[in-house]
Design a protein around this ligand. Structure first.
Ligand code: PA5
Length: 465
């Protein structure tokens, strides 16, 4: 494992009564042991099938790479249509591993197609997409685990129609790649009938745990990400987190410390990468942590209304918007910093002798400035007795990104086990999905429509002119 974890600033010795005591860790060892056993014994099975993904065989990876090779060569743009877990994995990895201005690079300097991750159905965004892509050279990867999500199906219908009008049906079919559950769902049926290329998602791989399945691997292969190195990173983290000793197992100890902090009133988890390349890792984490742990009932059916609200901040940008609150506001947050030891380039700060007042920046680099600012913010939070911990990547590459993603997923699995809740369902999301079907008049949802129509609404509380 190449990542480093520092949880000093969540401990009592560093932040006083706000922190977790060594004695609490010692007393809770059996709890951690139980959570560890639960996650490990179910590893690879049921909804924990995602734990097998890092071990995907080389033959399978070769086959994905071969399928994607010709598209990689022919496509000028790859557009992913998907939402939630079907979008955030691809977005976080591509943003981390491709050039930060990939799409704006001239074609000669860009060894891969442009990429667009369309995870919203804002009509203006759809129009804007059509304004920047050329249908003659664009490919579309429609990703939906259930094959039923209204947003993704709507996007698909718009795109397929536009492709057929522009290129004719025969060519349009070749431009659509479908990633979905094999043998199930509306999109699978359409794909079969139309003859689209289909990539499968395992039955027990849920959306937010699917980044190492075809959901991520297909766009990564098309965009030239080293998928073998990515999975090797995931395997390295998985191996580190097989250690039953919590203090040696980063996912287990940090899951415990987050849960313990939450039980002490730290209900907000701030994910704060000090790197633009890693900024969507915070979004990946937010979905995973929020959707997996925000649950009304535990596994025994007891009402618990549990969960820690995840939120994103980016260093240094949000030092100038959020840190005041984090340092002096309520003691309700745990901040996770993500730092990078060595960036992929060094940017010296020019020292012009004719310019006065900036001497302290002379001879420095943006790399050092960023590092100092992270360290200073960490210090300021600790001084104000605010819980925080730090994850450090030696550098950003496919291996370390694979480690980080696998860590997030394992940490979430352990936290779910510690809270004794089902981390793999999302009844709160499903309710909204079903209500949308009802409002769209889909057959079979008539009762839900009636329920919606009876929804309370009083004119006394409306402001309309
Ligand atoms: O994590 C999840 O299961 C969800 O966030 C889903 O990814 C999201 O709702 C999209 O679902 P689907 O992939 O079925 O279209």
């Amino acid at each position: 494992m190449q990542l480093k974890f520092d949880y000093n600033n969540i401990m009592q010795y560093a932040i006083g009564v706000q922190g977790v005591k060594d004695a609490e860790i010692a007393a809770d060892m059996p709890l951690m042991q139980k959570a560890f056993d639960e996650v490990m014994s179910a590893g690879g099975n049921g909804w924990q099938e995602w734990m097998r993904l890092p071990d995907t065989s080389d033959a399978e990876l070769t086959s994905i790479l071969q399928d994607c090779e010709s598209i990689r060569k022919k496509a000028e743009s790859l557009v992913v249509l998907g939402i939630g877990g079907s979008a955030l994995g691809p977005l976080s990895v591509l943003n981390a591993l491709l050039h930060l201005r990939h799409n704006e690079l001239p074609a000669k300097k860009r060894a891969a197609p442009k990429f667009y991750i369309e995870d919203n159905i804002d009509p203006e965004r759809m129009r804007a997409l059509f304004d920047v892509i050329d249908l003659n050279t664009a490919y579309f990867n429609v990703i939906t685990k259930s094959g039923e999500t209204s947003e993704t199906l709507a996007q698909f219908l718009i795109i397929y129609d536009a492709l057929k009008k522009a290129l004719g049906k025969k060519e349009a079919k070749k431009r659509i790649l479908v990633t979905t559950t094999i043998g199930k769902g509306t999109l699978y049926n359409i794909a079969q009938k139309e003859g689209f290329k289909i990539f499968g998602i395992g039955n027990g791989v849920g959306g937010r745990f699917s980044v190492f399945s075809a959901v991520g691997l297909v766009p990564f292969a098309i965009l030239g990400v080293d998928i073998r190195a990515l999975l090797a990173g995931a395997r390295a983290m998985a191996a580190a987190c097989k250690n039953p000793a919590p203090q040696k197992n980063p996912a287990l100890i940090t899951a415990y410390l987050q849960v313990k902090s939450m039980q002490k009133g730290r209900n907000i988890s701030v994910m704060m990468p000090y790197s633009d390349a890693l900024k969507y890792m915070a979004d990946f984490y937010c979905q995973l942590w929020g959707e997996s742990l925000g649950k009304a009932a535990d596994k025994t059916g007891k009402q618990v209304f549990t969960g820690q609200t995840p939120t994103k901040a980016v260093g240094v940008t949000d030092q100038h918007s959020q840190i005041q609150l984090y340092t002096e506001g309520p003691f309700d947050k745990v901040v996770t910093f993500i730092g990078v030891d060595n960036f992929r380039n060094v940017q010296p700060i020019a020292s012009d002798p004719d310019i006065d007042g900036c001497g302290f920046l002379k001879g420095q680099t943006l790399n050092d400035l960023l590092k100092f600012e992270k360290r200073a913010t960490r210090f300021a939070l600790q001084k104000a007795l605010r819980a925080n911990f730090t994850i450090t990547l030696p550098e950003i590459n496919a291996h370390t990104v694979g480690e980080l993603l696998q860590y997030f997923m394992l940490q979430t699995a352990f936290a779910g086990a510690l809270l004794n809740i089902d981390a793999y369902n999302q009844p709160g999301v499903e309710e909204g999905k079903i209500a949308t079907f009802a409002l769209l008049g889909r057959t079979g949802y008539e009762q839900k429509l009636e329920e919606l129509q009876q929804n309370l609404k009083s004119a006394d509380y409306l402001i309309e002119q």
